[in-house]
Design a protein around this ligand. Structure first.
Ligand SMILES: NC(=O)c1ccc[n+]([C@@H]2O[C@H](COP(=O)([O-])OP(=O)(O)OC[C@H]3O[C@@H](n4cnc5c(N)ncnc54)[C@H](O)[C@@H]3O)[C@@H](O)[C@H]2O)c1
Length: 256
């Protein structure tokens, strides 16, 4: 049976992923900073809770060790924990620092520990929950946009470096998903998600499909592919479009 770890699986997309993977017959290690939530999800899905910080170096090491102990070997790592902190240029140094820790360094630290075993075995899979903000941008949230770009860039680097050695890397890049994170985005939510927000379960179903096909970019909102193509081929047109959206936010007073 495939053994997997899902970080940040106590709530939202991570919880839906863990639930879908368990329903698909995988053995799931459920991690979250919120210990109660990790235990609850593990109990609900027949998984194994390993609460703790999936971003700090010591926390990642403890999680990898506990998961190996429980699963024997880790077949797939879902680096899903992430956060959105700070608004605009007022985002504090601390917001930038924690966004960098959780949205970027968590993946670097996990990959460092996972890759030697995976390379020796000639197989392994790293799935990062990045964001459409990692391909495009998230108005109002520069720390989130920059660190999610870095998450995608790190995943690309992993794939480019290890693809021929049996390593599969995938980056999930949704737009709005109805979780706490989206609720906490406040007045930005309405304009940025419009009617397109998906449920965490819809995202998990799309990830389940992509586990069979192995494509790098997993786009639960298919329209993101078009925006991404426009950004690459006509960057100024894309920026002008984003700026029009920003002007709508300004008019609604959504960004202060
Ligand atoms: N909700 C959206 O609209 C959306 C869109 C695109 C991408 N994402 C990404 O999806 C992922 C999941 O977010 P969500 O929307 O489910 O948010 P959420 O806040 O509901 O869940 C995130 C979970 O991660 C946990 N977490 C945070 N830091 C952690 C750490 N250091 N170690 C362990 N757990 C930690 C939190 O306790 C929480 O349970 C994030 O990476 C987020 O950036 C979300």
């Amino acid at each position: 049976m495939t053994g997997v770890v899902v970080t940040g699986a106590g709530h939202g997309i991570g919880r839906a992923l863990a639930t879908r993977l368990a329903a698909g017959g995988m053995r799931v290690v459920v991690n979250d900073l919120d210990a109660d939530a990790a235990h609850q999800v593990a109990a609900d899905i027949g998984g194994y809770a390993v609460p703790g910080d999936a971003a700090a170096e010591a926390g990642v090491a403890a999680l990898v060790a506990a998961a190996r102990e429980h699963l024997g070997s880790i077949d797939i790592w879902f680096g899903n924990a992430g956060l959105d902190r700070g608004l605009g240029l007022d985002a504090a140094e601390e917001d930038w620092a924690i966004a960098h820790e959780v949205n970027v360094m968590a993946h670097v630290r996990a990959a460092r520990l996972l890759m030697p075993d995976w390379l020796a075995a000639g197989r392994g899979r790293y799935v990062v929950t990045a964001s459409a903000a990692g391909l495009l941008t998230m108005l109002g949230s520069p720390a989130y946009s920059v660190t999610k770009h870095a998450a995608v860039a790190f995943a690309e680097w992993l794939s480019a470096t290890y693809r021929h050695r049996g390593i599969v890397v995938q980056a999930i890049c949704p737009q709005g998903v109805r979780t706490r994170m989206l609720e906490e985005a406040g007045p930005l939510t309405e304009i940025l998600t419009r009617d397109s927000a998906l449920s965490p379960e819809q995202v998990a179903e799309e990830v389940w499909r992509a586990l069979q096909t192995e494509e790098f970019l997993v786009l639960p909102h298919p329209e993101v592919a078009g925006y991404y193509a426009t950004r690459a081929t006509d960057t100024d047109r894309w920026l002008t479009g984003m700026n029009h959206l920003q002007q709508q936010l300004d008019a609604k007073g959504a960004t202060g």
